[in-house]
Design a protein around this ligand. Structure first.
Ligand SMILES: NC(=O)c1ccc[n+]([C@@H]2O[C@H](COP(=O)([O-])OP(=O)(O)OC[C@H]3O[C@@H](n4cnc5c(N)ncnc54)[C@H](OP(=O)(O)O)[C@@H]3O)[C@@H](O)[C@H]2O)c1
Length: 251
Protein backbone atom coordinates (compact mmCIF):
# COMPACT_ATOMS: atom_id res chain seq x y z
CA UNK A 1 0.00 0.00 0.00
CA UNK A 2 1.23 3.50 -0.85
CA UNK A 3 0.02 6.35 1.38
CA UNK A 4 -0.48 9.90 0.08
CA UNK A 5 -1.06 12.83 2.40
CA UNK A 6 -2.39 15.63 0.19
CA UNK A 7 -3.35 19.10 1.37
CA UNK A 8 -6.02 20.95 -0.60
CA UNK A 9 -7.51 17.93 -2.41
CA UNK A 10 -11.08 19.26 -2.15
CA UNK A 11 -10.83 21.21 -5.41
CA UNK A 12 -8.51 22.52 -8.10
CA UNK A 13 -5.09 20.99 -8.68
CA UNK A 14 -5.18 18.94 -5.46
CA UNK A 15 -8.42 17.28 -6.51
CA UNK A 16 -6.96 16.60 -9.97
CA UNK A 17 -3.89 15.03 -8.38
CA UNK A 18 -6.00 12.93 -6.00
CA UNK A 19 -8.13 11.72 -8.94
CA UNK A 20 -4.95 10.66 -10.76
CA UNK A 21 -3.82 8.68 -7.72
CA UNK A 22 -7.03 6.66 -7.27
CA UNK A 23 -5.88 3.02 -7.30
CA UNK A 24 -6.74 -0.01 -5.23
CA UNK A 25 -3.34 -0.18 -3.54
CA UNK A 26 -3.28 3.54 -2.71
CA UNK A 27 -4.67 5.22 0.42
CA UNK A 28 -5.26 8.98 0.17
CA UNK A 29 -5.30 11.10 3.32
CA UNK A 30 -6.62 14.52 2.34
CA UNK A 31 -6.52 17.75 4.36
CA UNK A 32 -8.83 20.69 3.60
CA UNK A 33 -11.75 22.59 5.12
CA UNK A 34 -14.26 20.95 2.77
CA UNK A 35 -14.56 17.60 0.98
CA UNK A 36 -14.78 16.66 -2.69
CA UNK A 37 -17.90 14.55 -3.14
CA UNK A 38 -16.77 13.73 -6.69
CA UNK A 39 -13.45 12.40 -5.40
CA UNK A 40 -15.19 10.22 -2.81
CA UNK A 41 -17.57 8.81 -5.42
CA UNK A 42 -14.75 8.05 -7.86
CA UNK A 43 -12.68 6.52 -5.05
CA UNK A 44 -15.52 4.16 -4.12
CA UNK A 45 -15.87 3.12 -7.78
CA UNK A 46 -12.14 2.44 -8.02
CA UNK A 47 -11.96 0.69 -4.63
CA UNK A 48 -9.43 3.22 -3.35
CA UNK A 49 -9.38 4.37 0.28
CA UNK A 50 -9.78 8.13 0.71
CA UNK A 51 -10.02 9.85 4.08
CA UNK A 52 -10.75 13.55 4.41
CA UNK A 53 -9.42 15.39 7.46
CA UNK A 54 -11.47 18.57 7.68
CA UNK A 55 -9.01 21.09 9.02
CA UNK A 56 -8.13 24.77 8.61
CA UNK A 57 -4.40 24.91 7.87
CA UNK A 58 -4.28 28.48 9.20
CA UNK A 59 -4.55 26.94 12.69
CA UNK A 60 -0.80 26.33 12.91
CA UNK A 61 -0.66 25.11 16.52
CA UNK A 62 -2.92 22.09 15.82
CA UNK A 63 -1.03 20.82 12.77
CA UNK A 64 1.29 18.45 14.64
CA UNK A 65 -1.77 16.86 16.34
CA UNK A 66 -3.54 16.61 12.99
CA UNK A 67 -0.53 14.80 11.56
CA UNK A 68 -0.64 12.40 14.52
CA UNK A 69 -4.26 11.54 13.63
CA UNK A 70 -3.27 11.05 9.99
CA UNK A 71 -0.29 8.79 10.79
CA UNK A 72 -2.50 6.60 13.00
CA UNK A 73 -4.19 5.59 9.72
CA UNK A 74 -0.87 4.58 8.15
CA UNK A 75 0.32 1.01 8.55
CA UNK A 76 4.08 1.51 8.14
CA UNK A 77 4.66 -2.24 8.21
CA UNK A 78 2.58 -2.64 5.05
CA UNK A 79 3.60 0.60 3.34
CA UNK A 80 5.55 0.53 0.07
CA UNK A 81 5.85 4.33 0.08
CA UNK A 82 4.69 7.34 2.07
CA UNK A 83 4.22 10.69 0.32
CA UNK A 84 3.26 14.22 1.34
CA UNK A 85 2.08 16.77 -1.21
CA UNK A 86 1.93 20.29 0.18
CA UNK A 87 -0.58 21.67 -2.31
CA UNK A 88 -3.11 23.76 -0.35
CA UNK A 89 -2.65 27.45 -0.95
CA UNK A 90 -4.26 30.84 -1.33
CA UNK A 91 -3.31 33.81 -3.51
CA UNK A 92 -4.89 36.59 -1.44
CA UNK A 93 -4.13 39.24 -0.36
CA UNK A 94 -3.69 40.68 -3.84
CA UNK A 95 -2.68 44.24 -3.04
CA UNK A 96 0.19 46.65 -3.07
CA UNK A 97 2.30 46.16 0.05
CA UNK A 98 1.05 49.31 1.80
CA UNK A 99 -2.56 48.22 1.23
CA UNK A 100 -2.19 44.71 2.70
CA UNK A 101 -4.22 44.06 5.82
CA UNK A 102 -1.85 42.72 8.55
CA UNK A 103 -4.22 39.86 9.44
CA UNK A 104 -4.42 38.85 5.76
CA UNK A 105 -0.60 38.79 5.52
CA UNK A 106 -0.41 36.65 8.65
CA UNK A 107 -3.11 34.24 7.41
CA UNK A 108 -1.46 33.91 4.00
CA UNK A 109 1.91 32.95 5.46
CA UNK A 110 0.34 30.48 7.89
CA UNK A 111 -1.50 28.63 5.08
CA UNK A 112 1.11 28.86 2.31
CA UNK A 113 4.33 28.55 4.31
CA UNK A 114 3.94 27.62 8.00
CA UNK A 115 1.49 24.76 7.30
CA UNK A 116 3.76 22.96 4.79
CA UNK A 117 6.72 23.47 7.12
CA UNK A 118 4.89 21.92 10.08
CA UNK A 119 3.46 19.08 7.98
CA UNK A 120 7.05 18.37 6.90
CA UNK A 121 8.26 18.38 10.51
CA UNK A 122 5.51 15.93 11.41
CA UNK A 123 6.17 13.78 8.33
CA UNK A 124 9.87 13.41 9.20
CA UNK A 125 9.16 12.69 12.87
CA UNK A 126 6.53 10.08 12.06
CA UNK A 127 8.61 8.26 9.45
CA UNK A 128 12.02 8.17 11.20
CA UNK A 129 11.89 4.38 11.48
CA UNK A 130 10.36 3.82 8.04
CA UNK A 131 12.84 2.38 5.54
CA UNK A 132 10.75 2.62 2.35
CA UNK A 133 10.32 5.45 -0.13
CA UNK A 134 9.54 8.78 1.54
CA UNK A 135 8.88 11.82 -0.63
CA UNK A 136 7.60 15.34 -0.06
CA UNK A 137 6.46 17.38 -3.06
CA UNK A 138 5.87 21.09 -2.52
CA UNK A 139 3.56 22.79 -5.01
CA UNK A 140 5.32 26.00 -5.86
CA UNK A 141 4.81 28.60 -8.59
CA UNK A 142 6.72 30.69 -11.09
CA UNK A 143 6.04 33.42 -8.50
CA UNK A 144 8.76 31.86 -6.33
CA UNK A 145 11.38 33.21 -8.75
CA UNK A 146 9.70 36.25 -10.27
CA UNK A 147 8.40 39.26 -8.36
CA UNK A 148 4.81 40.18 -9.30
CA UNK A 149 3.29 43.60 -8.57
CA UNK A 150 0.47 42.95 -6.07
CA UNK A 151 1.56 39.42 -5.11
CA UNK A 152 4.15 40.19 -2.41
CA UNK A 153 2.71 37.61 0.00
CA UNK A 154 2.30 34.88 -2.61
CA UNK A 155 5.79 35.36 -4.12
CA UNK A 156 7.39 35.49 -0.68
CA UNK A 157 5.64 32.36 0.59
CA UNK A 158 6.45 30.33 -2.55
CA UNK A 159 10.11 31.46 -2.54
CA UNK A 160 10.25 30.51 1.14
CA UNK A 161 8.68 27.12 0.44
CA UNK A 162 11.28 26.35 -2.24
CA UNK A 163 14.16 27.30 0.06
CA UNK A 164 12.60 25.33 2.92
CA UNK A 165 12.53 22.22 0.73
CA UNK A 166 16.20 22.69 -0.12
CA UNK A 167 17.07 22.93 3.60
CA UNK A 168 15.11 19.74 4.30
CA UNK A 169 16.97 18.00 1.50
CA UNK A 170 20.32 19.22 2.86
CA UNK A 171 19.52 17.75 6.28
CA UNK A 172 18.09 14.50 4.97
CA UNK A 173 20.52 13.51 2.23
CA UNK A 174 22.96 11.66 4.50
CA UNK A 175 20.30 9.96 6.65
CA UNK A 176 20.06 6.17 6.54
CA UNK A 177 16.41 6.40 5.38
CA UNK A 178 16.18 9.89 3.88
CA UNK A 179 13.08 11.86 3.06
CA UNK A 180 13.39 13.24 -0.47
CA UNK A 181 11.99 16.69 -1.15
CA UNK A 182 11.21 18.51 -4.35
CA UNK A 183 9.36 21.68 -5.46
CA UNK A 184 7.32 21.94 -8.63
CA UNK A 185 5.68 24.90 -10.33
CA UNK A 186 2.60 23.29 -11.92
CA UNK A 187 1.86 25.72 -14.78
CA UNK A 188 -1.26 27.88 -15.08
CA UNK A 189 -4.27 25.78 -14.20
CA UNK A 190 -7.98 26.42 -14.58
CA UNK A 191 -8.95 26.51 -10.90
CA UNK A 192 -10.73 28.71 -8.40
CA UNK A 193 -7.44 30.46 -7.71
CA UNK A 194 -7.34 31.67 -11.33
CA UNK A 195 -10.93 32.93 -10.97
CA UNK A 196 -9.81 35.00 -7.98
CA UNK A 197 -6.83 36.34 -9.96
CA UNK A 198 -9.05 37.37 -12.90
CA UNK A 199 -11.47 38.99 -10.44
CA UNK A 200 -8.77 41.12 -8.84
CA UNK A 201 -8.59 44.85 -9.33
CA UNK A 202 -6.29 46.14 -12.12
CA UNK A 203 -4.90 48.73 -9.69
CA UNK A 204 -3.92 46.02 -7.19
CA UNK A 205 -2.69 43.48 -9.75
CA UNK A 206 -1.41 45.11 -12.92
CA UNK A 207 -1.05 41.77 -14.79
CA UNK A 208 -4.77 40.97 -14.48
CA UNK A 209 -5.48 41.39 -18.22
CA UNK A 210 -2.77 38.88 -19.12
CA UNK A 211 -4.50 36.24 -16.98
CA UNK A 212 -7.90 37.11 -18.50
CA UNK A 213 -6.34 36.69 -21.96
CA UNK A 214 -4.81 33.31 -21.00
CA UNK A 215 -8.25 32.05 -19.94
CA UNK A 216 -10.06 33.47 -22.97
CA UNK A 217 -7.53 32.01 -25.41
CA UNK A 218 -7.87 28.55 -23.82
CA UNK A 219 -4.32 28.43 -22.50
CA UNK A 220 -5.14 27.25 -18.99
CA UNK A 221 -4.40 23.59 -18.23
CA UNK A 222 -7.17 21.45 -16.74
CA UNK A 223 -6.69 20.33 -13.12
CA UNK A 224 -7.08 16.72 -14.34
CA UNK A 225 -4.15 16.97 -16.78
CA UNK A 226 -1.97 18.94 -14.37
CA UNK A 227 -2.81 16.38 -11.65
CA UNK A 228 -1.71 13.49 -13.89
CA UNK A 229 1.64 15.15 -14.55
CA UNK A 230 2.21 15.85 -10.86
CA UNK A 231 1.28 12.25 -9.96
CA UNK A 232 3.77 10.97 -12.53
CA UNK A 233 6.53 13.21 -11.17
CA UNK A 234 5.81 12.12 -7.60
CA UNK A 235 6.11 8.41 -8.32
CA UNK A 236 8.69 8.29 -11.10
CA UNK A 237 12.46 8.37 -11.40
CA UNK A 238 12.05 12.02 -12.47
CA UNK A 239 11.68 12.94 -8.79
CA UNK A 240 15.06 14.54 -8.00
CA UNK A 241 15.79 15.31 -4.37
CA UNK A 242 16.47 18.98 -3.64
CA UNK A 243 15.37 20.30 -7.06
CA UNK A 244 12.85 23.03 -7.83
CA UNK A 245 11.42 22.63 -11.33
CA UNK A 246 8.68 23.91 -13.59
CA UNK A 247 6.55 21.00 -14.80
CA UNK A 248 6.34 22.67 -18.24
CA UNK A 249 10.08 22.08 -18.66
CA UNK A 250 9.61 18.32 -18.11
CA UNK A 251 6.32 17.14 -19.62
N1 LIG B 1 -4.03 27.57 -10.40
C1 LIG B 1 -2.85 27.95 -10.85
O1 LIG B 1 -2.73 28.47 -11.97
C2 LIG B 1 -1.62 27.73 -10.03
C3 LIG B 1 -0.39 28.12 -10.56
C4 LIG B 1 0.77 27.92 -9.82
C5 LIG B 1 0.69 27.33 -8.57
N2 LIG B 1 -0.53 26.97 -8.06
C6 LIG B 1 -0.55 26.37 -6.74
O2 LIG B 1 -1.30 25.17 -6.78
C7 LIG B 1 -1.85 24.90 -5.49
C8 LIG B 1 -3.33 24.60 -5.63
O3 LIG B 1 -3.97 25.77 -6.13
P1 LIG B 1 -5.36 25.74 -6.93
O4 LIG B 1 -5.17 26.60 -8.10
O5 LIG B 1 -5.80 24.33 -7.10
O6 LIG B 1 -6.29 26.52 -5.90
P2 LIG B 1 -7.81 26.27 -5.45
O7 LIG B 1 -8.60 25.69 -6.55
O8 LIG B 1 -8.23 27.55 -4.84
O9 LIG B 1 -7.67 25.14 -4.32
C9 LIG B 1 -6.99 25.43 -3.14
C10 LIG B 1 -7.02 24.24 -2.22
O10 LIG B 1 -6.37 24.61 -1.00
C11 LIG B 1 -7.23 24.35 0.10
N3 LIG B 1 -7.08 25.36 1.13
C12 LIG B 1 -7.04 26.71 0.98
N4 LIG B 1 -6.97 27.31 2.18
C13 LIG B 1 -6.99 26.32 3.11
C14 LIG B 1 -6.96 26.31 4.53
N5 LIG B 1 -6.94 27.44 5.25
N6 LIG B 1 -6.98 25.12 5.16
C15 LIG B 1 -7.04 23.97 4.45
N7 LIG B 1 -7.06 23.91 3.12
C16 LIG B 1 -7.04 25.09 2.44
C17 LIG B 1 -8.66 24.40 -0.49
O11 LIG B 1 -9.51 23.59 0.29
P3 LIG B 1 -10.77 24.12 1.15
O12 LIG B 1 -11.25 25.39 0.51
O13 LIG B 1 -11.74 22.98 1.08
O14 LIG B 1 -10.20 24.33 2.50
C18 LIG B 1 -8.45 23.80 -1.88
O15 LIG B 1 -8.54 22.41 -1.82
C19 LIG B 1 -1.55 26.14 -4.63
O16 LIG B 1 -0.43 25.90 -3.82
C20 LIG B 1 -1.23 27.20 -5.68
O17 LIG B 1 -0.40 28.21 -5.16
C21 LIG B 1 -1.67 27.16 -8.76
Amino acid sequence: MKYFIISGASKGLGEGLAMALLKEDHHLLCISRSESRQLKTMAAAKNCLVDFFLFDLAVSHDIINLAGDIFRKIDKGAATGIYLVNNAGVVEPVNRVEDCDPDAVDLHLRVNLVAPMLLTTAFIRNTLDYEGEKRILNISSGAANNPYYGWSCYCTAKAGLDMYGRCVSEEQKNEAFPVQTMSVAPGIIDTGMQTIIRGSNERDFIHRDKFVELKESGQLVSPALAGKKIAHLLLSGDFRDGESIDIRDRY
